[in-house]
Design a protein around this ligand. Structure first.
Ligand code: PXP
Length: 242
């Protein structure tokens, strides 16, 4: 049976542009509402510990006004856990965070603070929040994710996209994603993918059938400069639906 594939639109970089000048525009809420109208299945925001793009008030207002599900990306810290419990986004995706990185460079280290992670997952799920873990496409990490109670895994596609963009061989990286996705689905996880995806890379990755959700941000916002947010989202939706 063909599963319906979803597009999560990450609007962090609307806030990046706003913050570059300390103005009130462009407004991430406005972007979230346009994305909603243009066919996005969910909106993703990453509230970083250093609040470099999305701010606490963005989370508050977007959660209040949005009709489609809100996916909050956050690191596994007590502060972020409290924020998630307070605002109750529909989904949480737990990601690693390094202060000096430009973007989320790799998947979670599931051997670090595993009991804390397990506790966070359990408590978020008790509040009816769907919990995903952002991991490297490795079967061992898929197994641990299932063991510690995650509902979903989001496979990091950054390495694949870098290889593709630099015209390097992608076969083994693609296979790792495919194997991890197939295994994840087999053991009952919902499998997502994200990071660095463009029209071209998504055309390949979306052929991996067990992947049911794609979270895409930087390229959508970059494309919006030329064709607008609505058209960019519609192009991605068309690719996903095959
Ligand atoms: N998924 C996760 C878990 C992420 O951390 C990010 C980056 O914030 C994305 C998807 C989107 O990546 P990009 O902005 O490169 O499309």
């Amino acid at each position: 049976m063909k599963i319906k594939k979803r597009l999560g639109v990450n609007i962090d970089h609307v806030a990046t542009i706003r913050n570059a000048r300390g103005e009130k525009y462009p407004d991430p809420l406005h972007a979230a509402l346009v994305a909603q109208k243009s066919g996005a299945d969910s909106i993703t925001i990453h509230l970083r510990e250093d609040r470099r793009h999305i701010k606490d008030h963005d989370l508050r207002i977007i959660k209040k006004k949005l009709k489609i599900p809100l996916n909050l990306e956050m690191s596994a810290t007590k502060e972020m856990f409290k924020i998630a419990i307070k605002h109750k986004p529909n989904y949480v995706c737990i990601v690693p965070e390094k202060r000096l990185e430009i973007t989320t460079e790799g998947g979670l280290n599931l051997h670090h603070k595993i009991n804390f992670l397990k506790q966070i997952i359990l408590n978020l799920k008790k509040k009816n929040i769907r919990v995903a873990l952002f991991i490297e496409p490795k079967i061992s990490d898929v197994i641990i994710s299932k063991k510690i109670g995650a509902d979903c895994v989001e496979l990091h596609t950054g390495r694949y996209c870098n290889l593709f963009n630099n015209k390097n061989k992608t076969k083994s990286s693609f296979l790792s994603i495919k194997k991890a996705a197939t295994y994840g689905k087999k053991i009952g996880l919902d499998v997502h993918a994200g990071h660095g995806l463009t029209y071209d890379t998504l055309r390949h990755i979306s052929k991996i059938h067990p992947i049911s959700e794609f979270n895409i941000g930087h390229f959508i916002i970059a494309e919006s400069i030329f064709i607008g947010l609505k058209k960019s989202i519609k192009k991605f939706k068309k690719i996903i639906s095959g």
